[in-house]
Design a protein around this ligand. Structure first.
Ligand SMILES: Cc1cc2nc3c(=O)[nH]c(=O)nc-3n(C[C@H](O)[C@H](O)[C@H](O)COP(=O)(O)OP(=O)(O)OC[C@H]3O[C@@H](n4cnc5c(N)ncnc54)[C@H](O)[C@@H]3O)c2cc1C
Length: 383
């Protein structure tokens, strides 16, 4: 092992790896081909504590730390990026937002159901017209003139993970539009609330068995008790949520890259050309060496961010560095893995092409690589 993990973290890695090998790997290719969210695996994720990783036990969670969250996501991603995206976003975004900023009543209502898998959590920030510049959102929440205890939400959200299979969605909306990012508030909207619908299942390059939807809000009326955090504080709270989310996307990329590298090593030892295993050729060895070195460097960056978060120290820059480096290293490692597999790597019968398609998302979701570079540069340069 390349990083000194505690015995507890090592045991967690072993048990999630065992679960992923038994329950996920045999089905991942099929789920991807069918582009179907595997709801049958949700109770098993819950049993493993993977739907409430950081949630305290009093709300039904596993009460683990951020490093455990990263290791869990990495191990699922080693065999299936889509399911890892479910675990990452459910824990880090929707559930994470309720955990970090919810009232006691909200925690009691939503967290036990999130941990048991009864209600998967979605999180809606991105819109059709606003992504990297999230403050450009146009979804609004206005006080209901006839009943000031209620809000009326109107707008649309784009690319929302668990958008149609989730039980509730944390949605960000402008409450004081003239204050731009300082005028945004978060709300919890339950599925079944009149006017709230998942309008489109999006077909994607990768992460195909993860549920990604466009959401629509038409005069959705919610009580003020569904407001999550202080009025006009949603955007600032979101930055905190995204920092932890970026640790998990870095870990997801790491798992995809490591999984592809393991497959490439096994294939290189077994496949013979010119009378010997292709692993004997220096060209193949160098690809394997580059992937191993880059992924181990990525692991150190991602784990460092997690450890800082657990120590209560600033980790925003480190989370961006981990996500940026791990996602780009994973794409390179997956490309090499396809190359090492030759023509077979290009077919859907082998797993490496799926890893490559899934890895690309890590350079885009929860802030593109360009946005991560902007965050890092801002920290380095100041201002
Ligand atoms: C599978 C999937 C799942 C997702 N899940 C969720 C989810 O659950 N919840 C959610 O809210 N969102 C989710 N997203 C949205 C994701 O976070 C956004 O796609 C991402 O933030 C980029 O936004 P955009 O797609 O609008 O791209 P844009 O912001 O339009 O960017 C387009 C290009 O321009 C570049 N660019 C933009 N601004 C700058 C700049 N200032 N300088 C340099 N380059 C710039 C970008 O880096 C990118 O290359 C998901 C996306 C996908 C694909």
């Amino acid at each position: 092992m390349d990083f000194e993990l505690s015995e507890t973290h090592q045991q967690l890695r072993d048990s999630v790896r065992d679960f992923a090998e038994r329950e996920v790997r045999p089905k991942a290719i099929e789920w991807d081909k069918q582009e179907r969210f595997p709801s049958e695996i949700v109770p098993k994720l819950a049993e493993m504590g993977l739907l409430g990783i950081r949630v305290p036990e009093e709300y039904g969670g596993a009460a683990m730390d951020t490093l455990s969250y990263a290791i869990s996501v990495e191990e699922i991603a080693r065999v299936d990026g889509s399911l890892a995206l479910t675990v990452a976003s459910h824990n880090g975004l929707g559930t994470g937002h309720v955990l970090a900023f919810g009232s006691e009543a909200q925690k009691k209502k939503y967290l036990p159901k999130a941990c048991s898998g009864e209600w998967l959590a979605a999180w809606g920030l991105t819109e059709p017209g606003s992504g990297s510049d999230a403050s450009g959102m146009t979804t609004t929440a206005k006080r209901d003139a006839s009943s000031p205890d209620h809000w009326i939400i109107n707008g649309a959200k784009m690319f929302i993970t668990q958008g149609s299979v989730g039980g509730f969605c944390v949605v960000l909306a402008k409450t004081t539009p003239e204050k731009k990012q300082k005028g945004i508030t978060a709300f919890i909207v339950e599925h079944g609330t009149p006017g709230f619908s998942a309008s489109k299942h999006l077909e994607k390059l990768g992460m195909r068995s993860s549920d990604t939807c466009e959401l629509s809000f038409e005069d959705v009326r919610v009580h003020d008790s569904q407001r999550l955090g202080a009025v006009d504080h949603g955007f600032l709270d979101t930055l905190t949520i995204l920092d932890k989310g970026r640790v998990s996307i870095g870990a997801l990329a790491l798992g995809l890259g490591r999984g592809a590298l393991e497959l490439a090593i096994a294939y290189a030892k077994e496949r013979k050309q010119f009378g010997k295993p292709i692993a004997d050729f220096q060209a193949i060895q160098w690809m394997i060496a580059d992937s191993k070195a880059e992924l181990d460097a990525a692991a150190l960056l991602v784990y460092r961010a997690a450890v800082l978060a657990d120590a209560g120290r600033p980790f925003s820059r480190e989370a961006s560095m981990g996500k940026l480096y791990a996602s780009e290293a994973a794409t390179r490692a997956c490309q090499r893995a396809v190359q090492i597999h030759g023509g077979y790597g290009y077919t859907r019968e082998y797993q490496v092409e799926r890893h490559l398609r899934d890895a690309k998302l890590c350079e885009i979701g929860e802030g593109t690589s360009e946005v991560q570079r902007m965050v890092i540069a801002r920290h380095v340069l100041g201002g």
